[in-house]
Design a protein around this ligand. Sequence first.
Ligand code: L34
Length: 291
Amino acid sequence: MILLDGKKTSADLKVEIAESVKQIKAKGGKTPHLAAILVGTDGASMTYVNAKVKACELVGFNSTLVDLPEETSEETLLNEIKKLNNNEDIDGFIVQLPLPKHIDEQKVLMAVNPDKDVDGFHPTNVGRMALDLPSFLPATPYGILELLERYKVETSGKNVVVIGRSHIVGRPMSILMSQKRPAGDATVTVAHSRTKNLKELTLKADIIVAALGIPEFLTGDMVKEGVTIIDVGITRVNDTSKKRGYRLAGDVDFATVSPKSAFITPVPGGVGPMTIAMLMKNTLLACERKN
Ligand code: L34
């Protein structure tokens, strides 16, 4: 069993990005600048956004955090997006999800200028991705591709089962892995809550991407020997034995699945840190594209 080490790989990536930034600055180029909008005080979202700001510092980017209260109106949020769209110094920005229920997520994502959409969530970028055109790839799927590539996990002609069809992970992952590209050329099945006989599918899978958000859902009896496992889940489960009062659980039951796996991502330290590194990569790209 080989761990797909997202912590180490993301650290390597950030060193590479920092090197590029150094070269840009040496040539008198513009310092990449990422902004993030956070609405409310969800603990996990705050952790992720803070990690993004810290990563910016590490690679030599400028960063701006737009911190808005939970009760922010949709109109105010759309206005903040407009300001970032029009701010010449901002190369890319994200609106951290999930948003409070009174805000229409679709409307918000559509308001972001596609050239600054470093999350790759705008319909223009999703469409471009689906058509094999250059676009910003959503950071989590992009990070998974990068991990598979760097660890030389063979994907061509393999049976991939993606569990979950979210717009952020499952849907783009299934599109990307079926494309003619590095970490692509796979035969992809998308499973979801209405899928019948999931176990029949997962037992035939060479690679499983678990992105459904149910802690320890995928168990050892559901996978074949030699499988590659990508665990996207990251749920805070109450645990009074921990100082913080919770533990982080993936969608995969690591204890029973890892002994049967050729490759497997841990939680934490797998897909999560890769998401952050690929956001840095997209921001660098956005800055380079502009100049
Ligand atoms: N707009 N919203 C937007 N873009 C995104 O790309 C995200 N996502 C997801 C949630 N909402 C978003 C993230 O940033 C998930 N996500 C994310 C980012 C980082 C980590 C996990 C999820 C991460 O760093 N995880 C660490 C553990 C962090 C902790 O202690 O809680 C890990 O090792 O997995």
